[in-house]
Design a protein around this ligand. Structure first.
Ligand SMILES: Cc1ncc(COP(=O)(O)O)c(C=O)c1O
Length: 463
């Protein structure tokens, strides 16, 4: 894969196809592959083409996403997971898209839009996610009413789990019980496809498999929880290039706010990637969390007081403008400067010269997988791979640039590759670790990768 881009992702379509095949073999059911949000950032059209022989149905969130697939020549059934607004009925019919349905207004509007063949719909049952769907206690009545509309065919019925990725599966089993109570064979046509399982349930709750499973995240080789019953291959690598290499004198700052100070004479490299590309600003180092006002001169080390640990309680919001620290993360002051200056909060001591290199202060993250609870610690700063080694981010991530701290011996120059997510040599930075370091989840990291980032595919030809 040759590229001359400043930043790009490499998507291994064979890995995605292998994951889909492994999932299908694991469940022995039909497979509805979830490729919404541009296939979780991997590129919906290319992923759909790669999965065409394996998937029984594709699922996206919106009508626009469905139309994009139809225009690209995808002929398989396409389910729109989010019950579309009624005014989109004509577009649904025109493009032969299969809507999730949870309200009567959409049903009536669809009937008005259909002129010849019946349109299959999948009835969304709310069993406890409580963000859409027909409430399970009202489902039978809704199904009966829907059956009176001859233009519509109940092609499917489904629900969605709120906690299948958690260790405690009791709520998922309660949802399953509610869903099963709705599945009265007499109330449903025999051809109706019953489905419920997202990746977590697909992998770990056999009772949730029914006729089809509906995984998203796992297709891309990412586990939704710590349970890993089948091997999956990560499919995405995110790379960038070094655009500048320089030296900092001890105590010199880097990037907006000068929040990082060189611990000694330090070599740094600027990568041509930033939050404008979707690289999370929360990976800045030190993180923009409660560090108080920035001191723009080399500090006198003894005049400031070490701030205590970041308090857990919700802080009072302080309005922030421009590129200042993230307000909701700013903790209440716990320490004040003894010397009685105008500063109300204890500034972070800027004596990084004495405190040793930044990477040694970076705590190791306890990696969060899937949608697991976002770690309660503050973001802890990111690392990238350069020449097969982990190197820490230095200072605030900018819109187009991210600076990293090198070791003096690093043999790097302008144009060299750096890896943001994935492998380089023997080193690896997994997406779960990146998400944890940024205080978020893998789904979020993937879907933030912007259009500025070129997508390269392996194999490169369209299958
Ligand atoms: C209704 C529905 N089904 C299935 C999925 C796939 O979930 P996952 O990516 O966790 O497999 C999603 C994703 O959020 C969804 O909204």
């Amino acid at each position: 894969m040759m590229t001359f881009s400043r930043t790009w992702i490499e998507v291994d379509l064979q890995a995605i196809a292998a994951n889909a095949t492994a999932i299908k073999a694991h469940t022995g059911t039909c497979l509805i592959t979830v490729i919404k949000a541009d296939a979780y950032g991997h590129g919906a059209v290319r992923v759909a083409l790669a999965l065409h022989e394996i998937a029984d149905m594709f699922a996206v969130a919106t009508v626009e996403e469905g139309i994009e697939l139809r225009k690209a020549g995808i002929h398989k059934p396409i389910l729109i997971l989010l019950s579309p607004l009624p005014e989109l009925a004509e577009a649904l019919v025109a493009h032969q898209l299969t809507p999730a349905i949870d309200n009567w207004q959409l049903a009536q509007r669809l009937v008005g839009a259909i002129s010849r063949t019946r349109l299959p719909v999948h009835v969304d049952i709310n069993t406890g996610m409580n963000r859409g769907g027909v409430h399970w206690t009202e489902a039978k009545a809704f199904l009966e009413k829907l059956k009176t509309l001859k233009q519509l065919e109940i092609g499917g019925i489904f629900t969605h789990f709120a906690t299948a990725d958690e260790v405690d599966k009791s709520y998922a089993y309660l949802q399953l019980e509610r869903f099963s109570a709705v599945l009265d064979k007499r109330a449903l046509p025999v051809t109706t496809t019953v489905h419920a399982a997202n990746s977590a349930a697909t992998l770990t709750i056999p009772e949730a498999r029914f006729d089809a499973v509906r995984p998203g995240l796992s297709l891309y080789g990412i586990y939704p929880s710590a349970e890993k019953p089948i091997p999956l291959q990560p499919a995405l690598t995110w790379k960038t290039r070094i655009g500048w290499v320089g030296w900092l004198e001890a105590g010199e700052g880097v990037s907006y706010g000068l929040t990082y100070r060189a611990p000694r004479r330090t070599r740094v490299a600027a990568l041509q990637v930033g939050y404008g590309d979707g690289y999370p600003r929360a990976l800045s180092n030190p993180p923009t969390v409660g560090r108080g006002p920035v001191i723009r001169h080399a500090p006198k080390p003894t005049t400031t007081v070490e701030p205590g640990p970041i308090p857990r309680q919700t802080p009072k919001p302080t309005t922030t403008v421009g590129r200042g620290p993230v307000p909701h993360q700013t903790p209440k002051p716990t320490t004040t400067v003894e010397t009685g200056t105008a500063t109300r909060h204890a500034p972070k001591p800027m004596s990084t010269v004495e405190r040793g290199p930044v990477p040694h202060q970076t705590p190791k993250p306890t990696t969060t997988v899937g949608r697991g609870p976002v770690p309660r610690h503050a973001p802890i700063g990111g690392e990238v791979l350069i020449a097969g080694k982990r190197r820490p981010i230095a200072g605030r991530i900018c819109m187009d640039v991210t600076v990293v701290q090198l070791e003096p011996s690093d043999n790097v120059s302008v144009g060299d590759e750096a890896v943001l997510i994935g492998k380089q040599g023997d080193a690896e930075l997994g997406i779960d670790e990146i998400a944890t370091r940024a205080g978020t989840i893998s789904y979020h990291i993937l879907t933030q990768i912007s259009n500025r980032v070129e997508r390269n595919y392996k194999p490169s030809h369209k299958s």
